[in-house]
Design a protein around this ligand. Structure first.
Ligand code: PHE
Length: 447
């Protein structure tokens, strides 16, 4: 049976952008900006995205498309069967961990979409109502578990259908929808009286807030947002046609991801400031502050529905990419049928996700390193495992693969002259700048 693949350039692009644009953009980016000095953080984030993360993205792309295999087989075959294959296995297991807790937050967005459809956010006079609404919900046992199950089930159903008919079709419809919704909310939010304070906050830098920790947080966020450090981009790239231009596809994904993050910031911050609220409210920003804001603004009921729909769609186009990594592995290496692979992985992620979900309620007494189990998985994967995965990926491409092979893949056999001209810079970044910068930033974040 021939291997499934993306059917068109646009399809491949929206699927990759779909993987990148997710809760990271709508949920994490705005509050990290809030915690780390507004515009100064954004500037660092943009620099890191293009100087460090784009070369890593391209490295993953090269590995995936060169091998046209799942992540494990890609590392194994391209390294001639050496110990690098264990890195391949690492890149398959980590997205499953992320998917497990990601689908808990995905579940929250299902719940909040339902709440907004029943217009639960209107007319409340105080913000504390929303604080208790959120904490009551996440600390209960069943409601978040059911929402988590629903989210993971939809993810699994899309992946069961396959690459071209499932992942690609879904992304083709949902990504443009997502774009229009987020832009529409941003425009609306910026026209609210008092909104300019939010824009100031986003775009007036305060460099005194830029510490080693803030830079490490920006890098961690850039990895997370571009889905780097595990097999996701690699796996999607393995379904991309040999005719496509790796530079174009990678840059287009990075630019769309950045645009979405900035537009999400412009949708959220002006509205928050317009109602005199504090943006630095951590993860509660989206689930506590915003519902209050929606309750206050004219036509807020409709805006709330659109916002939580966007959040859900963004989360789904990312979660499917995480699941596909391990599905490709089980189907190609372990000869599972696609259906059976999906069922098994659903079960695994459901159990791990359920533990994360319960860690806000019945299991909240279990603390690891001061946080609950959910925080532990989130920190571990975005701050440590993604960094490690990205470091190993650039080391693999820069030091293990042959330069001529990387050149050949990046330039489509020497036929793309612009890529050929850029290759020298790219190679230097992959070989020296990325590994050193990742290591330095990682260590400074620990200090
Ligand atoms: N990039 C996604 C987001 O921003 C998260 C993600 C991480 C997706 C890793 C795939 C792999 O939400």
């Amino acid at each position: 049976m021939s291997r499934d693949s993306f059917g068109s350039r646009f399809g491949a692009l929206v699927a990759m952008a779909g993987s990148a644009v997710g809760l990271g953009n709508l949920w994490r980016f705005p509050y990290l900006v809030g915690e780390n000095g507004g515009a100064a953080f954004i500037i660092i984030y943009i620099l890191l995205s293009f100087i460090i993360c784009l070369p890593i993205f391209i490295s993953e792309f090269v590995i995936g498309r060169r091998s046209q295999k799942n992540a494990f087989a890609a590392f194994r075959d391209l390294s001639g069967g050496s110990a690098w294959r264990w890195v391949g296995l690492f890149t398959i297991i980590v997205p499953l961990v992320v998917l497990s807790y990601y689908s808990v937050i995905g579940g929250w967005s299902v719940e909040y979409l339902l709440k907004s459809v029943s217009f639960s956010f209107t007319g409340e006079a105080s913000q504390s109502v929303f604080h208790s609404m959120f904490t009551d919900f996440v600390s209960s046992t069943w409601a978040p578990l059911i929402a988590h199950t629903a989210f993971l089930l939809v993810t699994t159903l899309i992946v069961i259908v396959g690459i071209k008919d499932g992942i690609e079709k879904f992304s083709k419809v949902m990504m443009p929808l997502l774009f229009f919704i987020v832009v529409a909310i941003a425009i609306y939010s910026m026209t609210l009286p008092g909104a300019s304070a939010g824009l100031d906050y986003l775009f007036n830098p305060d460099f005194s807030k830029i510490t080693g920790k803030a830079i490490a947080a920006a890098l961690g966020q850039a990895f997370f947002s571009l889905s780097l450090g595990f097999g996701t981009i690699m796996t999607y790239a393995s379904y991309v046609s040999k005719k496509e231009n790796i530079m174009f596809q990678s840059a287009a994904t990075a630019v769309s991801d950045l645009m979405f993050a900035l537009i999400a910031g412009m949708a959220i911050m002006p509205a928050v400031f317009a109602f005199g609220l504090n943006p630095q409210s951590g993860p509660g920003l989206v689930f506590e502050t915003l519902p209050f804001v929606f309750g206050q603004m004219p036509a807020g009921g409709v805006v709330a529905i659109l916002f939580f729909l966007a959040l859900l769609v963004a989360a789904l186009t990312s979660s499917i990419s995480m699941l596909e990594v391990a599905v490709a592995y089980l189907v190609e290496e372990k000869k599972f049928s696609r259906l059976w692979a999906c069922v098994v992985l659903f079960a695994v992620c459901w159990v791990v996700g359920a533990i994360c979900s319960l860690s806000f309620g019945p299991l909240s007494d279990i603390k690891i390193d001061g946080g609950n189990i959910f925080d532990f998985f989130d920190n571990l994967s975005s701050n440590i495992l993604m960094t490690l995965g990205s470091l190993l990926t650039v080391l693999f491409v820069g030091w293990r693969l042959k330069k001529t092979d990387v050149y050949d893949e990046f330039t489509n056999g020497g036929t793309l002259s612009r890529n050929a001209r850029l290759f020298g810079v790219l190679w230097f970044l992959i070989r020296y700048v990325c590994p050193l910068a990742i290591a330095a930033i990682f260590i400074s974040g620990l200090l």
